[in-house]
Design a protein around this ligand. Structure first.
Ligand code: SAH
Length: 249
């Protein structure tokens, strides 16, 4: 019986892969990978390594996740080293916990290998620190997948009244509703917002605006993209360092 490494692939730039992840990728007998994991990482696998893409799960998410859980289990029966490679960190909206629970229930050993999450690295490559002394004392990472007008929203919108930095993942499709909701709960219309698409890669696009106008400016950006809301966004004009990522207004 093998072991499954639930592994973070980092946010895009292959050089942000951890040494530990690099090592298990090189040793893997099979790699089960997502749409968000940089495919160049797979070139590091040994020739005999089986590569299985399980990326397109959007419309049948739950079924697909069950199928992935079962696939990992079956692969662990067949192979010594199974790598489950996910974009960013496996436990930040990565469903790594669900996969681990399933494997555990089947008596399969697993390890988590943390990855650099897009939530922090993507703003960082765009010159936006998620915290900054004197500007914000905390940041939170929120799913943008859930529509803010959903009645039984699980998101604690009222907590966002403070000056914290808010980072929405999976939120591009809900950008209009998210900005509207933040204004509704009392945030000023001119709170700065950045939307960063394909962060940490050469295809990066970073658009900045305010809660009031960001939707019009950013709605056509390609995915994956994240939304960062808060005063820290203003630092981008001084801190942009990654040349593909100078702000576009
Ligand atoms: N586990 C991942 C997040 C998975 S949720 C992590 O830790 O990074 C997927 C969301 O992450 C996307 O919808 C997008 O909001 C964000 N994301 C991932 N990679 C990104 C990138 N290169 N640029 C911008 N956003 C990214």
């Amino acid at each position: 019986m093998g072991i499954v490494y639930l592994t973070g692939a980092g946010p895009g730039d292959i050089e942000l892969l951890t040494l530990k992840a690099y090592q298990v990728v090189q040793e893997a007998d099979v790699i089960v990978y997502d749409r968000l994991a940089n495919p160049d990482i797979l070139k590091e696998a040994k020739e005999s390594c089986e590569l299985i893409f399980v990326g397109k799960a959007d419309s049948h998410h739950i079924l697909a996740q069950d199928a992935i859980n079962e696939l990992l289990y079956q692969l662990a029966l067949k192979y010594d080293k199974v790598v489950r490679l996910k974009g960013g960190d496996p436990l930040v909206f990565g469903r790594g916990g669900e996969e681990a629970l399933y494997l555990k229930s089947k008596g399969i050993k697993f390890e988590f290998i943390p990855g650099i999450t897009s939530a922090i690295a993507v703003p960082e490559y765009a010159g936006i620190p998620v915290t900054h002394r004197g500007v914000t004392t905390s940041f939170c990472v929120v799913t943008g997948h859930e529509s803010p007008d959903k009645k039984e929203s699980q998101i604690p919108w009222d907590n966002f009244k403070s000056n914290d930095t808010i980072i929405f993942l999976m939120g591009l499709n809900n950008l209009k509703k998210i900005s509207k909701k933040l204004i509704e709960i009392g945030k000023a219309k001119d709170v700065p917002v950045a939307v960063i698409s394909r962060g940490t890669t050469k295809e990066v696009k970073s658009v900045t605006g305010t809660l009031e106008n960001i939707y019009e400016k950013a709605k056509d950006l390609p995915t994956p993209a994240l939304i960062i809301v808060g005063e820290v966004v203003r630092l981008q004009k001084d801190l942009a360092w990654y040349k593909e990522c100078y702000p576009q207004q």
